[in-house]
Design a protein around this ligand. Sequence first.
Ligand code: SIN
Length: 488
Amino acid sequence: MASSDAATKLGLKDPTLFKTQALIGGKWLGAKDEATIKVFNPATDEELGTVPDLGLSETQEAVEAAAAAFKTWSRTTAKERHDILKNFYALMQEHSEDLARIITLENGKPLAEAKGENAYSSSFIEWFAEEAVRTYGEHIPSPFPHIRNITIKQPVGVVSILTPWNFPSAMITRKLGAALAAGCTTVIKPASETPFSALALAELATRAQVPPGVINVVTTHQHVSDVGRELCENKEVRKVTFTGSTPVAKMLVSIEAGGNAPFIVFDDADIDAAVEGAIACKFRGTGQTCVCANRIYVQAGAFDEFASKLADKVSQFKLGNGLDGKTTHGPLIHSKAVDKVKRHVDDAIQRGAQILIGGEAVAPSSTTPSSNFFAPTVLADVPADALINTEETFGPVAALTKFNTEEEVVKLANDTDVGLAGYFYSRDVGRVWRVAEALEVGMVGTNTGLISQAVIPFGGVKESGLGREGAHGIDEYMNTKYIAFGGL
Ligand code: SIN
């Protein structure tokens, strides 16, 4: 199907946002060997379209294009970059319906959530537009009378951006906004499951006057390991930024990786608020975010009330195609994800957990046509050593484990190699401080299940990552240069 026919079929107001070619040096291109990747709607298993399956040589060309563009982009003024990023932000607002529709079609999340992602995604571009003009250096008083010490900030160079399918847009702009604001040029490798959002963003950036070669998009599937290695090892690449799984992250730098977040409910919590927080935190993106609660620890005195209220709320979810206005939760990204969730649920049950609701993959039906749906699930009495408590599940399963004391639960929460986010509910101000300080994570939500914003330092500790994105994130894309002015 020609790209314009496909775009019309997908119901976009501006069909030219549906790009089916990669972008290198300002040119939209196919693979040299004409290989393509088929992209499917996970809610229906229908093919949405194809994108090029690029290999090593096209990736090298993309890096070369970024290196050439760096010579001029790095010399633009911060105000020029600010203005271009503001244009880009305005275009993302103007085309928000189409951008959200593309997210829903390729990722499966409900349209309302996809609109939320576009708002979140564009907020990074807006935030970094405003950061561009505030990349100050400093004057450091010297101990020597004839010297003045100055520092300036300079862009690091070409940045490789590798992003996941769970936020097809926001995980790109969180990195791209910072890189462009700093004066860096980029090569983006989006997930092969969700390339159309990346390509639509590149199209809007072009319309916003981002010059050719500043943003390059390399779509790939078959050659992903060659392309990934090149994007990390090419001598022109000065920074690699990645959001995705911990095993892949261990090979890279500046990373945001897996979470396995604890969510703790103490006896003194506002239980209704904790239930709302758990719904938002655990089931956002059908459980497929790195900051989703993975292990839910509930103190013995609150356990029964929390468990029954949570199961009741979950029973009201409507699974289905994200384009259907009644849908509250969409499919998982593919059948491998369904298999993993099933394995975790079965393991918990074998170890003695009880199913309060859900527990199974959903058979295809008229509202859930593909086999990528898993019933939203609440499990009670999940033992601490169950797989679901030791590995990130990335699915719609709330696994509840009972605990007795604050000391015990902090130990349980920290008993993992990762540490991205952690959440807890308590109305005791002393406990709020103690537990927030004790959790071994990069980000804590106290009495809230939603922490994500452009303006916060997003990132983890332990094996969850290196560096911070959002607030302070621009520094990761700039070198500090010290200049001594002597001979005074
Ligand atoms: C992620 O899942 O990697 C990011 C989630 C977020 O930014 O909220």
